[in-house]
Write a protein that binds this ligand. Structure first.
Ligand SMILES: [Cu+2]
Length: 253
């Protein structure tokens, strides 16, 4: 019910439920605070009206109600932070699934698109080296490495199988971008010179938009052309097999 009221977007990942719950709890707290402050304001208008208080009282309030209420609010905020936000964050950045039980993908952001690399049939990524980068080989893939033969490379098309964890190793070729898929409740900065892993488990098939959540240049909006497709394992395998066969191990679509 609260999801509808807040207009939360479609949810397609496992941990996303916890993100939404946290958003909802924070809104509940804010509703309580909002109503509380308005009620207090109205009370003060009446209680300290001029006709009842003809002369100013410099002692002020003598009871401790406000201290207790303030303590209660701080406690509620502490519970939200320590009980919900921190464990959720720990799960996202600390408890990674095993790479062998997951779909591992490399995403290399650039101005202005998302390069996607799959390891292909052998499950091993071909070597990449900065010194090999040319205009024809923008990601510096070592073509002499046998593991790179079946690697698949696409632009703005990310496919993952449903109900299986996905680990994305994220980096950038130029400036700081941010890989954001709202429906998966995933958002991670892509930073040049760093490879940052991010993981999620998609639970619902569909085609979801990828956005860049950092203003990365004049064509920033073009990065929302990126699409993430969650599909059945069979469809994913078939698609991978087809692309693996393409000359030069895939290439840009
Ligand atoms: Cu960007």
């Amino acid at each position: 019910m609260m999801e509808k009221l807040l207009g939360l977007p479609v949810l397609a990942s496992e941990h996303g439920k916890d993100v939404d719950n946290l958003i909802i709890y924070v809104h509940w707290l804010m509703i309580v605070l909002f109503v509380g402050w308005i009620a207090y304001f109205v009370y003060v208008l009446i209680r300290f009206r001029k006709s009842r208080n003809p002369t100013a009282d410099y002692v002020g309030v003598k009871n401790h109600a406000s201290n207790y209420i303030e303590g209660g609010v701080a406690l509620a905020e502490g519970i939200l932070l320590i009980g919900f936000a921190v464990p959720l964050w720990a799960k996202a950045v600390d408890r990674f699934p095993n790479e062998t039980d997951a779909t591992a993908i490399r995403v290399i952001a650039q101005q202005f698109g998302w390069n996607v690399r799959y390891p292909g049939k052998d499950g091993v990524f071909g070597k990449q080296d900065m010194s090999l980068i040319t205009s024809e080989n923008p990601l510096g893939v070592d073509k002499s490495d046998p593991h790179s033969k079946d690697d698949i490379q696409t632009l703005n098309e990310l496919h993952v199988p449903v109900n299986k964890p996905v680990i994305i190793h994220l980096t950038s070729k130029d400036v700081i971008h941010s890989f954001k898929v709202i429906s998966l409740r995933v958002c991670q900065d892509a930073i040049p010179g760093m490879q940052i892993p991010v993981w999620f488990k998609p639970l619902q098939e569909g085609r979801y938009q990828i956005n860049c959540a950092q203003l990365c240049g004049a064509g920033h909006y073009n990065m929302s052309l990126g699409m993430l497709t969650v599909e059945s394992q069979e469809k994913f395998d078939k698609c991978q097999a087809e692309q693996s066969k393409a000359p030069s191990g895939g290439g840009f679509e």
